[in-house]
Design a binder for this molecule. Structure first.
Ligand code: CAP
Ligand code: MG
Length: 413
């Protein structure tokens, strides 16, 4: 299926409904399958109940479109069915991505995309900085090159001092943004506050040595009732960027952080997404996660890459296009391409996904034959080469770090 079939690629002026697009496989056929979804997720149940006719008229979901060729149905939920002050994103998800997945009358069902009318989008603030704010910090408003990020590896286990040393090497080599890995939290070997302080020293040192401002995302993922406490402590201890594992916490965690009382940007990691977005016939397409992550306030949002993780290139591009397109008052988010990246993959990823993104490499930087600093330099050189429209192997002739990286991992075209 093409992205135009899967997603709402054009703006719509539908104001009365939140429209969810589903791929539906049912022995009852597309129309009746879609009716089952609408019934279960609005006013109905498996049998008729008293008072339902009156209520049904007001709040029943409506089938808006049936695309028999692709087995896709658009189902509209009246905006009155939602409550944003209490309920919010969890209640939205409970409606468009709730019980329907378990209905016996459906064999497979996949939520592909969701259209939110202007009145709903107005309930949210979106990213605090967005693409332009991030570019301003990094100093790429004019040059507009892709940002280079790194995940400090080993994934867990380094004490804060060593974590900071690796980050210093990466930052000195030229990366723009470092980050905790998603499973790093407040373990005994790396208390979060100590880590935040050690990293901040590096951020300041790099600034005084080179004049460059670099960011580092501290993973503040936590249980709901402690989330903002963790955010505050990270901020007080020098964090420059925050990170949340949004699928594990729930997307509302993004909103909680983005609307909290500090000015730090937020990186949205999505560990666990493949449990429900990998099977093309069932689950939730990542478009929904990316869209709601932007709505809730993610400045940097993981959307996939051409690397080690599974992902359809046209779909990844569609997520990125959505994050970077105008959307009422909501700022644009910067997509993060991550997973198995190395310098030899930079050109391919930029060609397919564009330059307005953060390319992130963990192993592909730290495992460089000459170490982290050279690995970071090689990533930056690869980005520069693409910016100058010079093939990587050509650029490598005068850039030894890139040359060594291509020798180790190859040049993937
Ligand atoms: C990348 C990464 C990322 C995944 C997430 C990892 O490290 O830190 O979490 O890539 O991917 O642990 O694998 P490497 P996605 O650069 O060493 O592969 O956002 O696409 O789900
Ligand atoms: Mg990771």
């Amino acid at each position: 299926m093409k992205p135009e079939d899967l997603f709402f690629t054009k703006a719509m002026d539908e104001d009365e409904y939140i429209i969810a697009r589903y791929y539906v496989e049912s022995p009852l056929g597309l129309k009746r399958g879609a009716e089952e979804i609408g019934k279960e997720e609005s006013t109905g149940t498996w049998t008729s109940v008293p008072r339902e006719r009156r209520i049904h008229k007001l709040y029943a979901a409506r089938i808006i479109k049936l695309d028999y060729k692709n087995s896709i149905s658009d189902i509209g939920f009246p905006i009155e069915n939602f409550s944003w002050d209490v309920g919010g994103i969890p209640q939205l998800m409970s409606t468009i991505a709730g019980n329907l997945f378990g209905l016996e009358k459906l064999k497979n069902v996949r939520l592909l995309d969701v259209h939110l009318p202007k009145s709903v989008v107005r309930e949210f603030k979106g990213p605090r900085l967005g693409v332009e704010g991030l570019r301003k910090i990094i100093g790429t408003e004019i040059n507009r090159r892709a940002h280079v990020g790194t995940i400090i590896k080993p994934k867990i286990g380094l004490p804060p001092k060593e974590q900071a040393e690796v980050f210093y090497e990466a930052a000195s080599g030229g990366i723009d943004c470092g980050k905790d890995d998603e499973t790093l939290s407040n373990q005994r070997f790396s208390p979060l506050l100590e880590r935040a302080q050690a990293i901040r020293e590096v951020v300041d040192k790099v600034k005084s040595e080179t004049g460059r401002r670099v960011l580092y995302a501290i993973n503040v993922t936590n249980r709901c009732d402690k989330l903002l406490e963790t955010v505050d402590s990270a901020a007080e201890n020098g964090a420059t960027l925050l990170m949340i594992d949004a699928v594990c916490v729930g997307l509302n965690g993004i909103q909680a952080i983005a609307e909290a009382n500090n000015h730090l940007p937020l990186l949205v990691h999505r560990a666990g997404h493949a449990a429900f977005d990998r099977n093309p016939r069932h689950g939730i397409n990542n478009m929904v996660i990316a869209k709601l992550s932007r709505l809730c306030g993610g400045d940097l949002i993981h959307t996939g890459a051409i690397g080690k993780m599974h992902g359809e290139v046209l779909e990844i591009r569609a997520y990125n296009d959505f994050l970077r397109r105008e959307w009422f008052h909501i700022r644009k988010s910067m997509p993060v391409a991550s997973g198995g990246l190395h310098p030899g993959l930079v050109e391919k990823n930029i060609k397919l996904l564009g330059s307005d993104l953060q390319l992130q490499a963990g192993g592909g930087i730290h495992s460089h034959p000459k170490g982290t600093r050279a690995g970071a330099a090689a990533m930056r050189q690869a980005v520069e080469a693409v910016n100058h429209r010079i093939p990587l192997n050509e650029y490598a002739k005068t850039h030894s770090e890139l040359k060594a990286a291509l020798k180790k991992w190859g040049y993937v075209r």
